[in-house]
Design a protein around this ligand. Sequence first.
Ligand SMILES: Cc1cc2nc3c(=O)[nH]c(=O)nc-3n(C[C@H](O)[C@H](O)[C@H](O)COP(=O)(O)OP(=O)(O)OC[C@H]3O[C@@H](n4cnc5c(N)ncnc54)[C@H](O)[C@@H]3O)c2cc1C
Length: 444
Amino acid sequence: MTEPLHIIGGGMAGSEAAWAAANLGVPVVLHEMRPRVGTFAHRTGDFAEMVCSNSFRSDDHERNAVGLIHWEMRQAGSLVMEMAHRHRLPAGGALAVDRDPFAKAVTERLKSHPLISTCYEEVTALPSSGHWIIATGPLTSPALAESIRAATGAEALAFFDAIAPIVYTDTIDMSVAWLQSRYDKGDTEDERRAYINCPMTRDQYEAFIDALLAAEKTEFHEGETAGYFDGCLPIEVMAERGRETLRHGPMKPVGLTNAHRPDVKPYAVVQLRRDNKLGTLHNMVGFQTKMKYGAQTAVFRMIPGLENASFARLGGIHRNTFINSPTLLDAQLRLKSRPYIRFAGQITGVEGYVESAAMGLLAGRMAAQEILGRELPPPPPETAMGALVTHITGGAEARTFQPMNVNFGLFPPIDARGGRRGRHDRYKAYTDRAKQAFTAWLSG
Ligand SMILES: Cc1cc2nc3c(=O)[nH]c(=O)nc-3n(C[C@H](O)[C@H](O)[C@H](O)COP(=O)(O)OP(=O)(O)OC[C@H]3O[C@@H](n4cnc5c(N)ncnc54)[C@H](O)[C@@H]3O)c2cc1C
């Protein structure tokens, strides 16, 4: 008899993992603590509940990385995508859904599958044997979080409340910005040029602070942690403490010489640090923020060099539990120290409903194949799922690892013309290449 796969968490990732594994003929036990034990964000006992917005974001599979991952999930028989399509609402190019009927439909489908059984209980400790997927999400219950922390090391399980935006490197104006590490630190030329620096005059800095103070901010939801980590204060909180605070903190201009105008000392400098091995993404150092998304783009585009910046991810604040996947997981999403346990969903350091469900789909397939005595290689990095799983299991810098949305910056680059038109064509080239690679992977 085929051994069962146990999945903890019936959210986006767990639901998708259960469906994928059961459809490969593996019996699944889905453990979900709701409705017996709730979270501050979930309202129902349904699987795949959308806790905040009702959107799966862009459905454009030709020029958008999220749309592309939708496409790949559909090819792989995704339950979340099928039910989202069935309950979709008009929303332009976005895939918005009627959230309650959507979650009910996912729940009914899972419950009526002959190979899936459900167990409504909170799992409070890491299991010691069997085949498991942990998909307990950003609001993993405290007892289980503690058990994961004990098994992986205190440093490994991160609780954080603020994230900084990430910019596509090719949208930064390098005729204004320049490459340099503070005080030219580093043993190699690469290290000495590890940061992108954007200079500000006094007037630009003052206008920036005014905009920051006036910008609309997100308020905490009830139950979310309201305390900030000391080393992780949102920039607007720093600005509220004094107009000069940022100039003595993340925007300090010391140890840097503007390569374009060495004679002019910048009044303040915004630094961006490489965020992935490919160098296609840079994060804004110390720029964690709770400004609303619209306000963030407007305020950050005031920074010289970022006037036309595109953001792979904007900053944000909420409680989040995720592991340091680049150090803890292998390419099969298995915990290196206990390979009978896989992780999937937001707890692996991906961000968003779609990305979480996609990682669930992958983990479910991988686990099922393993139980059946085969090994499923991860999808190639040219695909959206492959790019994302490669990023979290090795491509990302482990030291500064933060949750990540799927975006073209994670893909191996494609040469193309610059500018807006060039970008348009390049995105299409990315998705064409991905579709071919994904189709081959699925049939292989
Ligand atoms: C406040 C908030 C707002 C968000 N807003 C958005 C948004 O607008 N758009 C977006 O794309 N993403 C949003 N996210 C991120 C969102 O949570 C994830 O994108 C997605 O739901 C993660 O999927 P998941 O399967 O990893 O986790 P979840 O969907 O959260 O599922 C995890 C499941 O595990 C269960 N569980 C937890 N611990 C245990 C345990 N010990 N035993 C048994 N079951 C357990 C939970 O009850 C839950 O059902 C938000 C997150 C939060 C916290």
